[in-house]
Every structure is written in C-alpha cells, then in structure tokens.
Design a protein around this ligand. Structure first.
Ligand SMILES: Cc1ncc(COP(=O)(O)O)c(C=O)c1O
Length: 370
C-alpha cells in the first residue's frame, strides 16, 4: 500500500534527539524549546514563538490569550478540521461559519464581512492543503472592524501570500507539527506573534498561569500546554531542512500535474498567481465528467494499493454541533460540494518518483485512461 503520508526523518533528527536525551532536558522548558521557538517565529517573520503539545492546543491558547470567551464570536471557514471550531468552543465563544471559494477551497473573503456582528472578536482564516488564503481582504475587514486575525497555518508551513509567510500576517499564527506536516515533532504545535504582551501572556497561560516570581500562585485559570525538549529537538532538525521539504512538495505537485493533467473527471489543484503553495497534500476533486463517484474512485485506488483521504466534513454537518443546535438550517454549498468530491493522494515527504508514477498509473487505470 502506498501510504498517504510517510514522514522524512534522518540523521540530524537522531543526532539532536539523542543530544537532548543526554542533556537530560526532556520535559517542557529548556534550551531546545527556546531555540525551536525562536527559530520558528523568525522563519514566520514574527518576534515570538510559544510552543504547545499540538496544533489544536495552539489554537486554543491563541484564543484564550486574546481573552476570547463566552458571548464572543469567531468567524472561521465551514470547511476545515474540527480543531478550529473546538478551540473556539473551549473558550465558551461561538464559531460563525463562512463558505469556501471554489478554486482553492479556502474561506471566501467576499463572504466574511456579512458575518461580522457586534459580538465578533476575531477572524480565523485557515490555509488549507498548503495554499494560502487571499489574506489582504481578510486583513482589511479585520482592521476596519477592530478584529483580531488568528491564522491557522497548520497545513501551510512556508506557504507565501504576496511574499508574506502564512501564519505571519495576523495577530497570531498557529501551526501543527503532527507527523504529516511539513515540519514535524511527532505531535506538537506553536503560536507565533510579534506582540510582546500577547507572547508573555501566552507563555504564562500555557504553564498554569503562575504569577511571575511565585511558583504556586495563580491569578487566572491556566493550562499545562507544554511542548517537550525532545519534541523541540526533532523540530529544530526538521526546520533546518524546511526549504528542502517545500521543494520536495512542489516537485511532487509538478510530477502529479504532469502525469494527471489529461485525466477526464479529475480536477487538479492550482496555485493563485499571488501564492506559493506548499502542497501539504495533493488535493484533487472528482468532477461530473467522471462516471465514478469520489468514494468509488477512492475504493478502486485502495484495491490497487493506493491509500487516499477524503476532504474534511464541514462544521455545519458535524453531529456534535447539530446536537448543540449550532448552525441549524445553515448551508454552505461550496464547502459541501468540496467535501463530497475532494480527496487527496499520497503526499508524504518520503514519497518517491516511482511511487508517484505508480499512483498516477492507478488513477489513470481507475478513471478509464489506460
Ligand atoms: C488546519 C488544521 N488546523 C489544526 C490542526 C490541528 O493540529 P493537531 O493535529 O496538531 O492538533 C490540523 C491538523 O492536524 C489542521 O489540519
């Protein structure tokens, strides 16, 4: 089976993790965490990095740091991972959904302003599948309504929007370092910001919110959201090679595009003229021209040894939110269509030219081109 994701881990990762083990700095705080935070924030063009155990906790920490809570609303795309809506829910605030634009599948900036209410505190654009959101209109709306922008760049390390790094454009940028991400620490996350007060607040909140100088005194409800030095050591080694990782993903996308461009019934991902996509996953869609449904294509690929994954299920179609009575009667037709027709092909950093060729042959076979 050609797996959807196999991470690329090498000698440098082994060297730094062993060095960390030998140093005995294995829990949260310590030199590897500090170095990784500084390196990663710098890479994003931000001044401060606050590491977390996962991307989901990075999103929660970001919102909590901004003081978002009950009675507040946060605007986010309908089509994304549940982590985004969950992070908002953890604070007691409510997510407000926006449909996707059909080309990239990202949140449609033209539909954001209509969702702003007196309760809105923040907009959370999510750079899906490695392609940046069209950020200028989002940043403009945020500026005019005095809203925070919490970018979710969990799938877009190093993606560029008009030369600016994804996660480096808003008030706070959030990342995941799960094993299928462009930079991995196994599990892990980080929020980055250039605001020293937010960075300091986040740094305290993530370690039980101790009153400075008083180890067992707390003046607000904190979390234990620490990344370990072992994770950070892995992350440093990964970040040293991020340019190679991005080049590999873009090479992979070129290979797929060249071998699949003429396949009828299959819509390939594109890159906006203002974007550098990092093709976190090679995300394709089955169109009406195909005689097979998306699920039939995926099943046939599986029979041929190719593992794939569907796109996310939109938030308004999630049983958990239905039960809570959220998004009742709301429809997001573009997000729904993307969710029903989209899937992604094996895209891990360890993928080889032979594997891509085998995947493409299987796709061509399934779609009747061989
Ligand atoms: C867009 C997006 N946001 C947030 C997350 C959550 O990250 P984690 O799995 O590290 O909690 C993910 C997934 O991994 C993601 O794809």
């Amino acid at each position: 089976m050609i797996r959807v994701n196999v991470p690329l881990l090498g000698d440098r990762e082994r060297e730094l993790v062993l060095e960390c083990l030998e140093s005995t700095w294995i829990s949260g705080r310590g030199p590897y965490v500090t170095r990784f935070e500084e390196m990663f924030a710098g890479y994003c063009g931000m001044r401060y990095g606050v590491s977390t155990p996962t991307g989901t906790t990075a999103l929660h920490l970001a919102l909590a740091t901004l003081g978002i809570g009950p009675g507040d609303e946060v605007i986010m795309p309908a089509l994304t991972i549940a982590s985004c809506a969950f992070a908002i829910a953890y604070t007691g605030a409510r997510p407000v959904l926006v449909d996707s634009e059909p080309v990239t599948g990202n949140l449609d900036p033209a539909q954001v302003e209509a969702k702003v209410t007196p309760q809105t505190r923040a907009i959370m654009p999510v750079h899906l599948y490695g392609h940046p959101v069209d950020m200028d209109p989002v940043l403009d709306i945020a500026r005019r309504h005095a809203l925070h922008v919490v970018e979710d760049a969990a799938e877009a390390h190093g993606a560029l929007y008009r030369g600016r790094v994804a996660g480096g454009m808003g008030t706070i940028g959030c990342f995941s370092f799960y094993a299928n991400k462009l930079v991995t620490t196994g599990e892990g996350g980080m929020m980055v910001t250039s605001d020293p007060a937010l960075a300091e607040h986040a740094d305290r909140l993530k370690e039980l919110a101790h009153v400075p100088g008083h180890r067992f005194l707390h003046d607000e409800i904190g979390f234990n959201y620490q990344m370990t030095n072992l994770q950070a050591a892995l992350g440093i080694a990964q970040l040293e090679r991020i340019d190679e990782a991005i080049a590999k993903k873009r090479w992979m996308a070129d290979q797929y595009a060249a071998q699949l461009a003429d396949v009828p019934g299959l819509l390939l991902p594109t890159e906006a003229p203002w974007a550098r996509s990092v093709y976190w996953m090679y995300a394709v869609r089955v169109t009406e021209e195909s005689s097979l449904s998306r699920d039939e294509v995926m099943a046939a690929l599986r029979e041929r040894g190719v593992d794939t994954r569907t796109f996310f299920v939109p938030m308004h179609q999630q049983p958990v939110f239905e039960r809570l009575g959220w998004f009742a009667g709301e429809r997001y037709p573009v997000a729904e269509a993307l969710s029903e027709t989209g899937f992604y092909l094996p895209s891990g950093l360890a993928i080889t030219a032979d594997q891509i060729q085998a995947v493409c042959e299987a796709v061509r076979d399934v779609m009747g081109l061989r």
